[in-house]
Design a protein around this ligand. Structure first.
Ligand code: FRU
Length: 472
């Protein structure tokens, strides 16, 4: 088939898909989670707060609800909860990024934002093959207002990365520390071991490789979307690791995103702790963090993973797919790294119900429920007659009652994690998203779901239960 007839076939398929939409593009659209107006969204990119305004960019395929050529979509917000779509920001329009403006970050300083991203280029040969088939370029674009973008500057190509890494090098994240700029990128070595490359620069344009960071034992074959930040004296290296298999990862989120604690300096000698998952549910990948102007570390992940062959998201029928998680504050308490929805959500809460031990509420699609002072480790909740949250035998489960690709589960079954003692649970539901924060967010479970009705039923002997609706 020649290129033109391939394109035509694709176009016809797209038109068929658009025509087959249910005509209700907003029936599953969350109110407080960033979602694309049309088409496909994946990773959060270029997250920042600049001159008061929050900017979120995202991997975006507006022309194809099932993904395709990636550009950067752009939305802004005053509170990280209500997002306004600003249009497509960065297009794949240069020889060094023509097959995808891939993931990257924002660095804000001195009246400008510097965006760094990976320019993806497909070459002859197998695109997924490790030593050919693609280029991964590191690109810088600057903006003075966050809306208009300067010239794209090609900073590094595959020639600038170590010889023993494959063509899989991507997703730069940049920060500044003691007057020096640092950049971390994810890489796949030729011997199929994942690692992070650490570059340094004095002018944010010319970069030198300073360190290669990996675990003692090989850990996955590729570390996508690495991130690095310090919080309360802890140094956190986050990565979305591809290729983790075996019993330990069974029935966990199969798109693993987690973090290592770093001992030493990332640009010099350093060692990594055990890997801890950010999220134990079905939908959480490629998180990126940024610092707000009031000094909070906020992280957002991509919610919507193609994690089992029969899995579908029902919004495909409506012409859009996937969304971001609720922005989460990362904080440290008693030495534990915890997550909670950004505090802006507190202002949206209106009390709906209060109870001890048990609660049943009908038809509420957007709410937060908090179950505190849990006694005897007893907890059971049913959401939308489809999703069960349960704690028993020292394990917390998120599972669907009636797994089928055509209902709320979209073909999913179960995720769980061993947790010794259960103290409290916060459930955040926003139409088609559910995020569950266990023990003050030490463990988080996230999933998309598509309930037919929104009943919430909770049983937890003697526990204090509160439920709020969330109003825009
Ligand atoms: C992670 C990822 C990144 C890449 C982007 C492409 O989901 O594969 O590594 O830059 O998505 O859309």
């Amino acid at each position: 088939m020649n290129a033109l007839s391939k394109d035509l076939t694709k176009l016809v398929k797209m038109i068929e898909k658009i025509e087959s939409r249910s005509g209700e593009p907003d029936r599953f659209r969350p109110r407080f989670h960033l979602a694309p107006p049309a088409g496909w969204l994946n990773d959060p990119n270029g997250l920042c707060q600049y001159q008061g305004l929050y900017h979120a960019f995202f991997q975006y395929s507006p022309f194809d609800v099932e993904g395709g050529l990636k550009l950067w979509g752009h939305s802004t917000s005053r509170d990280m909860l209500h997002w306004e779509y600003q249009g497509a920001a960065l297009y794949p329009d240069q020889p060094f990024d023509c097959h995808g403006v891939y993931s990257g970050c924002a660095l804000t300083e001195d009246g400008r934002i510097s965006f760094y991203y990976t320019g993806n280029v497909k070459l002859d040969g197998d695109f997924d093959y490790v030593t050919e088939g693609r280029e991964a370029n590191t690109i810088l674009v600057e903006s003075e207002d966050g809306f208009r973008f300067g010239r794209k500057q090609l900073l590094m190509t595959n020639e600038d990365y170590p010889e023993d890494v494959t063509k899989h090098v991507r997703d730069p994240k940049v920060w500044k520390e003691n007057g020096i700029y640092y950049m971390i990128q994810g890489a796949r070595r030729k011997d199929d071991v994942g690692e992070a490359l650490l570059f340094a620069s004095s002018d944010r344009i010319h970069w030198l490789l300073k360190n290669r960071i990996t675990t003692k034992e090989p850990f996955g074959f590729m570390w996508e979307c690495p991130d690095y930040f310090e919080i309360d004296g802890k140094k956190i290296l986050s990565a979305s690791v591809q290729g983790l298999e075996g019993e330990k990862w069974k029935d966990k989120n199969v798109y693993q995103s987690g973090y290592f604690e770093v001992k030493g300096h990332v640009a010099e000698q350093c060692t990594l702790s055990e890997y801890v998952l950010w999220d134990y549910g079905f939908d959480y990948y490629a998180p990126q963090s940024f610092e707000t102007e009031d000094g909070r570390r906020v992280q957002i992940g991509w919610m919507g993973m193609p994690d089992c062959p029969e899995h579908t998201n029902r919004t495909i029928e409506d012409g859009w797919q996937h969304c971001f998680t609720i922005p989460r504050e990362i904080y440290v308490k008693d030495g534990r790294v915890l997550q909670r929805p950004v505090r802006e959500l507190e202002e949206r809460k209106r009390i709906l119900a209060e109870a001890t031990g048990g609660l049943y509420v009908e038809e509420e699609p957007v709410y937060e429920a908090r179950i505190a002072e849990i006694k005897e480790n007893q907890f059971h909740a049913v959401l939308g007659e489809e999703l069960i949250l349960e704690y028993r035998d020292s394990r917390f489960e998120m599972r669907f009652i009636n797994p089928s690709k055509d209902n709320a589960s979209g073909g999913r079954t179960i995720r769980y994690q061993e947790i010794e003692t259960l103290n409290n649970v916060t459930i955040l539901t926003d139409v088609s998203t559910c995020e569950v924060f266990v023990n003050d967010g030490e463990y988080v479970f996230s999933t998309r779901f598509y309930p037919e009705n929104y009943g919430l039923q909770i049983q937890a002997d003697e526990a204090k239960i509160k439920m709020w609706e969330l109003v825009s």
